[in-house]
Design a protein around this ligand. Structure first.
Ligand code: SF4
Length: 340
């Protein structure tokens, strides 16, 4: 019998109900909800780095939070080694929480300002009983060495560190419980550009050394390209393109991916064009457009796009796109060509 997928996201939808105002009640308006994720289907492979990219509000952080159970799906399920994580309880749930760790975007907000680094790491090691008490000081020293912080960092408070150092503390705290999966949500977006590369390269090195699986959520395509084996592109709560990083960046099959690339000046400069950058505002997640959710901004939209939602279907064995254009055998979306 074949092994179940390592981490499997199966048709996950997340809706956040919006409280009804008095005016809504008087006007008898139906209850509304923000559609943050719409039937997302995705497998994460053991040992890979999967980049999840898209504009702010596309649902990528909601997906990350659903994976670590900070948000419960409204529909669908997430399986880890075949087990539905929503049904885990007691020891099994704690084990999942240990094996799948999240590193948050905000290194300032995610550390208790009154706890020294030693206390932060000590707490993580004790809660999950990772080491006998006598071995904890040695393990703390190892963790600091792993993230390249000096040994004397242990007895300092978070405000005594730079943003990059604080993010290293966040990584050390996640690694303390020896996870198999790291979910990094905008890991470096709060940091200066000069520090971003150091932290991302540290994560890459740790991923290889500790055989981690990494879900790397970011809006910066350069970072995602640098770090990821595969990339999922999200738009309005759905995955619109998914594939191995280099083929996806070299030959995008979805106009939204093309527009993101064209809006990122350092990527693929030979193909930059102002006309293909994403046009117009992101539609409201209260009212996702019918048909293809991107049709209100797509330079290639045609009648079918307004009526029929495209499915995420294979274009090559390791490349999927949700676009009617690629149904016609279009091999890559080039903004400078006229399709219709
Ligand atoms: Fe554009 Fe139509 Fe493709 Fe949607 S399905 S991305 S509107 S061409």
């Amino acid at each position: 019998m074949s092994e179940p997928p390592f981490l499997s996201i199966e048709d996950v939808a997340v809706r956040f109900p919006v409280p009804r105002t008095l005016l809504d009640r008087l006007a008898k308006r139906p209850p509304r909800a923000v559609h943050a994720l719409n039937a997302v289907r995705l497998d994460v492979r053991r040992g890979e780095t999967l980049g999840i990219v898209g504009e702010s509000g596309c649902g990528k952080s909601t997906l990350a939070r659903a994976v670590v159970r900070l948000i419960e799906p409204s529909d669908g399920r997430i399986r880890f080694e075949g087990a539905d994580i929503g049904s885990l309880a007691g020891v099994a749930r704690r084990r999942y929480n240990r094996r799948v760790q999240m590193i948050f975007q905000d290194p300032y907000g995610s550390l208790n300002p009154r706890m020294t680094v030693r206390q932060v790491l000590d707490e993580a090691l004790r809660v999950h009983r990772m080491r006998p008490p006598a071995d904890i000081p040695g393990r703390i020293a190892e963790l600091l060495e792993l993230v390249r912080l000096p040994a004397d960092a242990a007895d300092r408070l978070p405000h005594q560190f730079s943003g990059g150092q604080r993010q290293r503390i966040g990584i050390a705290r996640a690694l303390a419980v020896e996870p198999e999966v790291i979910v990094a949500d905008e890991l470096v977006s709060a940091l200066d550009v000069s520090v971003q590369a150091q932290v991302v390269n540290l994560l890459l090195e740790l991923q290889a050394r500790l055989h981690l699986t990494v879900v790397f959520v970011a809006h910066d395509l350069r970072l995602v390209r640098h770090i990821s084996h595969r990339v999922a592109v999200m738009y309005l709560g759905s995955i619109v393109e998914l594939g191995a990083t280099e083929p996806l960046f070299a030959r995008p099959r979805h106009p939204y991916t093309r527009a993101l690339l064209d809006a990122a000046p350092d990527i693929d400069p030979a193909r930059r064009t102002a006309t293909a950058a994403t046009r117009g505002e992101l539609p409201s997640p209260f009212a996702v457009p019918p048909g293809c959710p991107f049709h209100t901004r797509c330079p290639h939209a045609f009648d079918r796009c307004r009526a029929e939602r495209p499915m995420l279907t294979p274009r090559t064995p390791d490349h999927r796109a949700a676009c009617h254009l690629t149904d016609f055998g279009v091999e890559a979306i080039d903004a400078e060509r006229e399709w219709m």
